[in-house]
Design a protein around this ligand. Structure first.
Ligand SMILES: [Zn+2]
Ligand SMILES: [Zn+2]
Length: 812
């Protein structure tokens, strides 16, 4: 059977048929993404002929309309962000004006910034292929040798680097780079949606420092940014660079047709689902009143490289739905039986192995030997092995592949018949990156998103407009975060004394207050000509963290460093006895030494997982803004969060059965951050039918789902966010739900939640109400990171709470 014997419609039909009657169809929506013909534009008049000819020689006959629009804005000196789909040719939009300028002015220079070394290397290859004289493009990164660096500084006119390099090496030595800065005409910021959260806030200041230094040398470069499609690209880009940025968002590149199905695994029949096994939370000081539930964030979880290792399908929440992994394996099996070349994306490495193994087993049962046509593929394999697997899939020797991440795949691996996406990959950009692997020129392709047990996944498969309509998630960052602003102002002052004008550049009032605090601390000194950095050395500032040395995870027997976890997360992830996952291998923590910031671990495969329990309190420091909506109040403000991990549970893998609870002796942690919170009067709750005894559970359930849905409107991960719900908070004197940013000083997530509260809470209510479970499940109100063992939770009560809040709040 050949791969082309089956179209996407027939395949989808076949997949649907497997799952029984239409009434219980797991398919919640089918979107026909119609093929789109490209819309070309004329080459702009201003484009340099030699640059144009080089591009033509690379097969670009004419620019797409969006490329021409963005390029012409940039040529005219307007800062511009191009936010269009993957493979829409964003590089050409900055190459054309930047290279034309280099051709017109033989001394002009261009700076290109990429979030990864790989991307910069990729762009360098593209520039070299254009073969333009006198440009001398070069990458500058941590691996660049000293002599090479010297050559680049003196001769290259198109430097490709990253924000870390700019921050650590170029800006502090700006005098040596004077000639480069003097003629700096363009700054290109590629994949700018990567600059989010605390890292994004740091990068925002690095760019302000860059603008200041360029101005010292008499240049004011035009910024050209490339972004994945997201909500409010102009706003996000303006915040990042600190100047108004125009957006070009209409994608005029051609696209093949695609059938995109949304799939929700069915609920298990009641007899086969495990009985609820959660035991009530231990009575702790904070919950002694019986009314308060806390959920600590694991800030830095993502940067520690471990978030993708957390896979609820492999975790121990009691199964209520059929697992997304099993469902994906079955779909992969059916697709391979039908002879279609199919790629399945799974978030964790272990998950990818599980999917491949399950599919191979069922295929061998159906047709002995067919199982060998399926393989798993993940990072950590040798490059040659990965390329061999890719070739086998392209040739049709392999029919099915389960993989962790689209970015690890070779660029040639495209044109497949179908793509299965197991679980929402986090952002719309990743979703389309993965789906985009399917589809051949002129052909039709199939993509299926299979929802995992998660409130956001549940919401999305029931709200296709959130996926296929206007994007709402915005790239969030907060340059005013004092924990970022302080260190960055020190860096700026060490590069050149800060002046009154500079304070405007770095954020006005917030910058002034921070500078005054730095003078008090002795870090800066005020002189008539400005504020000076007082120390000899340069400030030691890490763009990817906010203070506190990360904890090193070390294998005790070999001394091998496995990875690092930031301090904030270490109590939850690395307490003594914790199960720690690293690149699909399971370790047990023997010892956490906070003084030396080291956790010693050994490899072990226990049949249980661990869940830390904590006691958390939130106190309000300052209200920044609020909405008084009668019985409901909505607030944004600064809070102090104190939390202490007090014990952990061991739970059986698969069933979630609690084996035991062990005490821990860890210090209290304090976090000053930004929170959004809402209050409801007890009368309004009573009127909505929430009994007094059910108030804690209703608020707690609403808080969980709210945290789960926040990534819909802000580019965060639920692990970046913490929460606390209480039937009576001493500061608000009312039933309250707090949702706070897990990063010191805040990373902008709470602000985004406050600004779009009605949209966010409406989606939260929808996610809970549309879940078919009866009393709450991981798809709606249960949380894999609950510090209270998911107790108490009241699903119907949560819907009533949110309905009451939404009725009172003004619409967005
Ligand atoms: Zn549910
Ligand atoms: Zn909780």
């Amino acid at each position: 059977m050949t791969a082309t014997a089956f179209g996407p419609a027939q395949l989808l039909h076949r997949l649907r048929a497997r799952s029984g009657s239409a009434a219980q169809s797991p398919i919640t929506h089918v979107e026909q993404v119609t093929a789109r013909a490209g819309r070309v534009a004329e080459w702009p008049e201003w484009a340099d002929p030699s640059v144009r000819e080089s591009l033509v020689s690379q097969g670009i006959v004419a620019p797409w309309q969006h490329q021409a629009d963005a390029a012409s804005l940039a040529w005219a000196g307007t800062h511009v962000v191009l936010a269009t789909g993957t493979a829409s040719g964003k590089s050409m939009a900055y190459q054309l004006p930047a290279l034309s300028r280099l051709a017109a002015d033989p001394r002009a220079t261009v700076l290109y910034l990429a979030p990864t070394k790989a991307l910069a290397a990729d762009q360098l290859r593209a520039l070299v292929r254009l073969g333009l004289d006198g440009v001398r493009p070069a990458t500058l990164d941590g691996d660049t040798q000293r002599e090479e660096r010297e050559w680049i500084r003196q001769h290259s006119r198109f430097i490709l680097t990253n924000p870390d390099m700019l921050h650590h090496a170029v800006l502090p030595a700006h005098a040596r780079w004077g000639a480069f800065f003097r003629r700096l005409s363009y700054v290109v910021i590629d994949e700018c949606h990567a600059y989010r959260g605390v890292f994004g806030s740091h990068v925002a200041h690095v760019l302000r420092r860059l603008r200041r230094v360029a101005e010292r040398y008499g240049s004011s470069p035009t910024f050209v940014l490339a972004s994945a499609t997201s909500g409010d690209p102009a706003g996000s880009a303006s915040r990042l660079v600190g100047v108004p940025v125009a957006a070009v968002v209409e994608d005029a590149s051609p696209r093949g047709g695609m059938t995109f199905a949304l799939w929700e695994p069915p609920l298990l029949p009641p007899e086969s689902s495990a009985p609820p096994t959660f035991v009530p939370a231990a009575r702790t000081p904070a919950s002694a009143a019986g009314s308060s539930s806390a959920d600590s964030p694991s800030a830095g979880f993502l940067s520690a490289g471990s978030a993708s290792e957390v896979d609820p399908d492999l975790d121990n929440m009691p199964p209520i739905r059929r697992s997304a992994l099993r469902e994906t394996a079955d779909l992969l099996t059916d697709a391979v039986v039908a002879g279609t070349r199919t790629l399945a994306f799974v978030r964790s490495r272990r998950g990818a192995e599980v999917v491949a193994t399950m599919a191979r087993r069922s295929l061998d049962e159906a047709v002995p030997g067919l199982g060998s046509r399926v393989a798993a593929y993940r990072g950590g394999y040798l490059r040659e092995d990965r390329r061999a697997i890719e070739r086998a899939l392209l040739s049709g020797e392999l029919l099915g592949l389960a993989s962790t991440n689209a970015l690890e795949l070779g660029v040639d691996l495209a044109g497949l018949d179908a793509v299965l996406i197991c679980g929402w990959p986090g952002t719309r950009a990743s979703l389309w990156q993965q789906a985009g692997r399917a589809g051949r020129a002129g052909g039709e392709a199939l993509a299926v998103l299979i929802a995992r047990d998660d409130p956001l996944d549940t919401y999305l498969v029931h709200h296709p407009e959130a996926l296929f309509g206007r994007p709402v998630e915005a790239t969030v960052l907060d340059p005013a975060n004092p924990y970022v602003l302080g260190p960055q102002l020190c860096c700026a002052a060490s590069e050149a004394p800060l002046t009154e004008t500079d304070l405007e550049l770095f954020g006005g009032a917030a910058a002034r207050a921070t500078v005054e605090a730095l003078v008090q601390q002795g870090a800066l000194r005020k002189r008539p000509s400005g504020w000076y950095w007082t120390e000899r050395g340069r400030p030691d500032v890490d763009l990817r963290g906010t203070g506190g040395a990360p904890v090193q995870v070390v294998e005790a027997s070999t001394g091998r460093l496995l990875g690092t976890v930031d301090q904030g997360s270490s109590h939850v992830m690395l307490h003594e006895g914790a199960v720690y996952l690293h690149q699909g291998v399971t370790y047990l923590v023997d010892e956490l030494d906070l003084e030396d910031a080291i956790a010693l671990v050994h490899p072990e495969e226990p049949d249980w997982t661990t869940h830390a329990r904590d006691v958390t309190d939130v106190s309000v420091v300052r209200v920044r803004s609020y909405v008084d909506a009668g019985p409901v109040g909505l607030f944004l403000g600064d809070v102090d969060v104190t939390s202490q991990v007090v014990s952990y549970q061991r739970r059986r893998l698969g069933s979630g059965e609690v084996i035991d609870t062990k005490p821990l002796d860890l210090p209290v942690r304090e976090l000053r951050t930004v929170a959004v919170w809402f209050t409801i009067s007890p009368q309004a709750l009573a009127a909505a039918g929430v009994e007094t005894a059910d108030v804690p559970g209703a608020l707690h359930a609403a808080e969980h789902a709210g945290i789960g849905l926040l990534p819909l409107i802000a580019t965060c991960d639920r692990w970046d966010i913490g929460g606390l719900s209480t039937a009576n908070h001493p500061d608000t004197e009312a039933p309250t739900v707090f949702v706070y940013d897990g990063h010191p000083g805040g990373a902008g997530f709470a602000e985004r939640a406050y600004a779009t509260a009605a949209e966010w809470l409406r989606a939260t209510r929808e996610a809970i109400a549309s879940c078919a479970c009866e009393t709450g499940c991981p798809s709606c109100v249960q949380s894999p990171k609950c510090g209270n063992g998911n107790n108490p939770l009241d699903k119907p009560g949560a819907v009533r709470v949110l309905t009451t809040v939404l009725a009172a709040l003004p619409p967005d």
